[in-house]
Design a protein around this ligand. Sequence first.
Ligand code: MN
Length: 238
Amino acid sequence: MITIGITSSIVDIGRLSTALDNIASINGKQVLPFVLPNIEPTKAWSYMKNLDGLLMTGGGDINPMLFNEEPHPQLGSITPERDLFEMALAKAALAEEKPVLAICRGMQILNLAAGGDMYQDLPSQFQGELIQHHQRAPREYGSHQIQMNDSSTLTSIVGTQTMVVNSFHHQAVRHVPSPFAVVGWTNDGVVEAIEHETHPFQVGVQWHPENMKDDYSKKLFQGFLHACESCRSRSKAN
Ligand code: MN
């Protein structure tokens, strides 16, 4: 069985939680999902040594201290313990070369862990005219188009360069440093997908595929699970 860690939210004071869609999106006969608590960042390294993959889930805003900025007036609620634990998890996953699928907030954390930065609030900080990135349509409904780089892992996994995805964010990645590359955008120029240039599957998406019911989202999770499986057989062989 492959083991996959799922990051959790601590928005409700005194409680750990994650949406069931996060678990359902990767759960299967050959998968053991683990919901990870936001404990000491030092333990993140032990988690990533033992897990075959990491699903970084969505959630609330991110502490701007992580990229050396003061809080913008439009910054929402933050959960500093979660930020610190997830930063350590992402760094450990990168160092251990484990497959990562990072969703929404998860993609922003992955990019910060690689040394990048982000917009605290798109509507007030983005240069240019924005489309709507916080849809009022139901969660499973794709509301905006994205274009993807034709040579990206993402494009080869989903089998298309253009898709319609859902959108629930007012934050977004800004500078994306090597070894990550931007591989997907909305028509307004907001980054919607990033991936590691050489690792087979360290991918970040700004949308929420776990809430979508289309074939592209299924293929994305299948691609992730396949990478986790390969990672497991590689580590067994060593
Ligand atoms: Mn969007």
